[in-house]
Design a protein around this ligand. Structure first.
Ligand code: 3PG
Length: 207
């Protein structure tokens, strides 16, 4: 079960889209070789759940989470698989209620104070901030810190090497996520070395 300090230790988290099951393990291993400590595998492909199960079984010493959680059934499935965390782009009353009954670290997405308050009412203190750049980016996170300095965020959406450091410098950012760490063109070309290099370069950049 991921806690705030676990997310802080992660720093950057790849948002992964796995279209082919045979890419699952090499991609996860390439990221791990580059120093990545946690993976978000999105439910944006037909083989996503199989890819998650395979990575969980075959790749050790890395936190495995699912993204794009959009209903209670998906959250239940994630809990049954004993995943380290489950991420949603948003937050609904249904998802919040389901997460309370399940033994899984749930990281829902928020983009407004009302969504944030709803999550806080459910006892949550860690959220995804999505879509980060489109929803106000760094100024929005600074604004959230005014009334709610105790709340921590994992911004995703529009983050890259260009701005990752600026996001991580904010006191209310515990880690950041993004697809730049698992670029589609490299995955399609099975260029695992490029994936490892990008992770290494990112970790060196954030220091
Ligand atoms: C997500 O699902 O968290 C985002 O789509 C990732 O956004 P990015 O592709 O801009 O990094």
């Amino acid at each position: 079960m991921m806690t705030k300090s676990d997310y802080e230790a992660v720093g950057v988290m790849p948002v992964m889209v796995i279209e082919k099951l045979e890419h699952a393990v090499p991609l996860a291993r390439a990221l791990q070789a580059g120093g990545i400590k946690a993976l978000e595998i999105t439910l944006r492909s037909d083989v996503a759940w199989q890819a998650i199960e395979t990575i969980k079984k075959e790749v050790e010493d890395i936190a495995v989470g699912v993204g794009t959680i959009s209903n209670a059934e998906q959250l239940e499935r994630a809990a049954k698989l004993e995943l380290d965390f489950a991420i949603s782009p948003g937050l609904t009353a249904n998802l919040l209620a389901a997460s309370k009954d399940l033994d899984i670290a749930f990281l829902p997405g928020v983009a407004t104070p009302s969504e944030l308050i709803m999550g806080m009412e459910g006892g949550l203190e860690c959220f995804k901030f999505f879509p980060a750049e489109a929803a106000g980016g760094i100024p929005m996170l600074k604004s959230f810190a005014g009334p709610y300095p105790q709340i921590s965020f994992c911004p995703t959406g529009g983050i890259s090497m260009k701005n990752v450091k600026d996001y991580l410098a904010l006191p209310n950012v515990m880690c950041v996520g993004g697809s730049w760490l698992a670029e589609k063109q490299h995955v399609q070309a099975e260029n695992w070395a490029a994936i490892t290099d990008c992770a290494k370069e990112t970790l060196a950049h954030i220091g």
